[in-house]
Design a protein around this ligand. Structure first.
Ligand SMILES: Cc1ncc(COP(=O)(O)O)c(C=O)c1O
Length: 431
């Protein structure tokens, strides 16, 4: 056992017991395998602001922030207050209520390309319905996704997420489910155009910043080229803004890059800390989900029991109103810049080969001397060292989900960020 593991196990005996128990009833002892790390994950008892506390009483400054959902930190007071009031009025109506209109209006106000909205409960679900809608609208089947792009577990998009791209990401996805999915290299417009020559496509789906793929911002020319390509091929451009939405700017990546997609999928921050997904976009496309306008077989279905859940929408509306004027987001982007520059400086001075990537208030360290602007470059970097780095930080009370990028929230204080820099400094000095 390494020194780091010995230290971890000596501080986390209750987590260890919980994980042993969990393994009997949850595959791998977890509810989502990305949350697993060696030797076993710690179990959280409480989260508030920038801090999480485990069942053994260890506190951590959290940079994982609930899969990047908590841009205002864990359980912000204004959201908690509104949610409490809403629960008294009802946790789920299952029929129409005014909040769904107000929330849709708020999204239309903030997200440049959004004219209409439909809600669902996760990013995966939003991706699934958006793909169906794009196919329905264009009357075509083929989708284009990019290497390293993660859009959730929907069969038609669950491919080429991590190298080697030809190996299936999951057993149980049929060949036919992926037969209409074309994979192209991110940030490589020429090759993308080449691969699509003579292919009819329904949609191109792209993250403005590859999240799971390594915190890699799209080059503006790439997104602009995709916009033009979609127009020329009568296809829809679909932005997956599940991470970038309400993060890069109040209007997400499309506002930040000044490029408007036809459809956008949203999640994470949108729910104010509660489960959510949404599809937003052009009126003429979105109206295909209206069976009063488009009868079967033209109509494209979307729906579900918990759609437009009032607790989620209460939290989400409070979240969006807090972010709308851009003040918090601009401040977080400035802090992101400061953290990136400081971390890069620490590694450079210590002669550690590292690249600190950043997009807004998201940042990620890659241990390599080469610039990281593709998912291959991200996965070619020293991932064992990245794992070791995150475990070393964890031992010292600074939490990144191992190998994942970090996110700054408005709950992170100057001291929290200084603590991060200090711990990275100690790590870099050790080499
Ligand atoms: C860019 C992106 N798209 C889609 C998803 C899937 O969202 P969910 O996990 O809510 O299904 C994620 C989740 O991490 C994501 O990061």
């Amino acid at each position: 056992m390494s020194d780091l593991e010995t230290d971890f196990t000596s501080r986390t005996s209750s987590s260890k017991r919980l994980h042993e128990r969990a393994k009997h009833v949850l595959p791998a002892g977890v509810s989502y395998f990305i949350r697993y790390f060696e030797p076993y994950p710690f179990y959280i008892s409480q989260a508030k602001g920038s801090s999480i506390r485990d069942v053994d009483g260890n506190s951590y400054i959290d940079f994982w922030m609930g899969h990047y959902t908590h841009i205002l930190g864990h359980s912000p007071a204004n959201i908690v207050m509104e949610v409490r009031k809403q629960i008294e009025r009802g946790s789920h109506y299952g029929v129409c209520h005014e909040l769904e209109i107000s929330m849709a209006e708020q999204i239309v106000k903030m997200v440049p390309s959004a004219q209409m909205v439909r809600f669902c409960n996760s990013g995966t679900e939003a991706a699934m319905y958006a793909v169906r809608l794009a196919r329905a609208f264009t009357g075509k089947a083929k989708l284009v996704k990019f290497e390293g792009g993660w859009h959730g577990g929907y069969d038609a998009l669950h491919t080429a997420v991590s190298p080697p791209f030809h190996v299936p990401e999951s057993n149980g996805i049929t060949t036919s489910a992926l037969a209409d999915t074309v994979v192209a290299p991110f940030n490589d417009l020429d090759e993308t155009v080449e691969r699509l020559r003579n292919i009819e496509i329904a949609a191109v789906i792209v993250e403005p910043v590859l999240g799971a793929g390594g915190c890699i911002p799209a080059e503006r020319e790439f997104l602009k080229g995709l916009r033009e390509l979609c127009v020329s091929k009568d296809a829809l451009l679909l932005f997956d803004e599940i991470i970038t939405g309400f993060r890069l700017s109040p209007g997400g990546g499309q506002q930040y890059y000044s490029i408007e997609p036809d459809l956008t999928i949203l999640g994470k921050i949108l729910g104010g800390g509660f489960p959510v997904g949404a599809i937003a976009g052009r009126r003429d496309v979105m109206e295909l989900m209206d069976p009063l306008l488009h009868e079967r077989p033209d109509f494209s279905f979307q729906g579900g029991t918990f759609t437009a859940n009032p607790v989620t929408l209460t939290a989400g509306l409070e979240m969006l109103k807090t972010l709308e004027n851009g003040r918090i987001i601009n401040q977080l982007n400035d802090e992101g810049r400061r953290v990136q520059v400081a971390l890069q400086d620490i590694f450079d001075r210590a002669n550690v080969d590292a690249q600190v990537n950043r997009a807004g208030s998201l940042f990620h360290t890659h241990f390599t001397k080469d610039r990281v602007n593709s998912v291959n470059a991200a996965f070619d970097a020293d991932r064992e060292k990245l794992n070791d780095f995150h475990h070393a930080l964890m031992t010292n009370g600074v939490f990144f989900l191992p190998r994942k990028m970090g996110a700054i929230s408005s709950a992170h204080s100057g001291e929290d960020l200084d603590r991060l820099l200090n711990e990275v400094q100690k790590y870099a000095k050790r080499g």
